[in-house]
Design a binder for this molecule. Structure first.
Ligand SMILES: [Zn+2]
Length: 105
């Protein structure tokens, strides 16, 4: 039997990062995230937003929940990439949210 190289904890969507401890919010196929290199992951609205914020060049498409992709896209603007690693210092633009990078200095 083949082993999944990155096993996901049971009960979470495929957009949930393995090191992100937060639970899903809503259906696990609410949105689809495209990473720009041909990979796609379906996920809940919460993890879809986090994945979108974490992958440079990623896009989000609607899934089973009307309006979820729009809300997740809006939420992703204020979510820092890999926001579950909050113990690391955040000084580079690539570590800050789109909203933070757009803010006038
Ligand atoms: Zn999820």
């Amino acid at each position: 039997m083949d082993q999944d190289p990155v096993p996901q904890p049971a009960g979470r969507c495929t957009a949930a990062h393995i090191e992100d401890p937060t639970p899903c919010q809503g259906p696990h196929d609410a949105v689809t995230i495209l990473d720009g290199t041909g990979n796609a992951a379906t996920g809940c609205e919460h993890h879809g937003a986090r994945m979108l914020a974490s992958i440079d060049g990623a896009r989000i498409e609607p899934g089973s929940v009307v309006g979820a992709a729009t809300r997740a896209f809006a939420a992703a603007q204020t979510i820092r990439p890999f926001c579950w690693y909050e113990d690391s210092p955040r000084t580079e633009p690539s570590q800050l949210s789109h909203a933070e990078n757009a803010r006038p200095v």
